[in-house]
Ligand binder design. Sequence first.
Ligand SMILES: [Zn+2]
Length: 255
Amino acid sequence: MIHLDKPNDAPPVLLRRGATVTLKNCEAYVRNRAAYDSGKLKFDVHTNIYGSSQVRKALKKFQHNKCCYCESRHLATSASRIDHFRPHGAVRQGKGSRRLYPGYYWLAYDWDNLVISCEKCNRMKSDYFPLEKPSKRVRNHLDSLDRESPLLLNPYTEADLSKHLAFEGSACEPRTERGRVSVTVLGLNRLELQEERQCRLNELATLCVIARESSLSCALRGQAKHQIASFVQPNARYSAMVRDYLASGKCSSGP
Ligand SMILES: [Zn+2]
């Protein structure tokens, strides 16, 4: 996971249609609070608004075509999901916890609450949104989100993710409780993901050998160094892991 930035200006579809639906939903909630709180009444889900091509295209750009959580770079060729950082339909603290209704319905079309993730991270995350103190959970639009301390790491708001997550080889090692919860909830050490990361490390190790092999031509070694440098760029897959690998000194010819 790496830090990401997006402009404050939301795509027009969220500001117009999204804002209109949100206002209606907030009014409906106030009229029928008990029914929404019990889960008997649910809000309509307008995937054509938050999942519109405008939103999808913008998020892909700001995330360098990568999943915001696992840094897999499959978004151009396989299924991706517009993920609500705070789930909009219902919410759970963790496995075995009661599902609470409604979710963060007023954030369903909120630009700050939208990210794009791979299908697997999205499925693992489901409607989990653990908080440091679950009793402080905000249950409706009338309350302020400031009272919540989320445990899940948000790449768009977390300035220094390396405080929470580090890599030992292809394994993601949490450094804090928030890191631990994020690894568990998102499945950041799932087998297929670790295998993909290991492939990247193997490519990197080969480039490191080429870069420091004095019997090879300067041009070839220079090319390898250039490629190593490109592996830590934000658009490169698993760049946080590569950064930790290079920082560990395992590739003395790294940037
Ligand atoms: Zn992912």
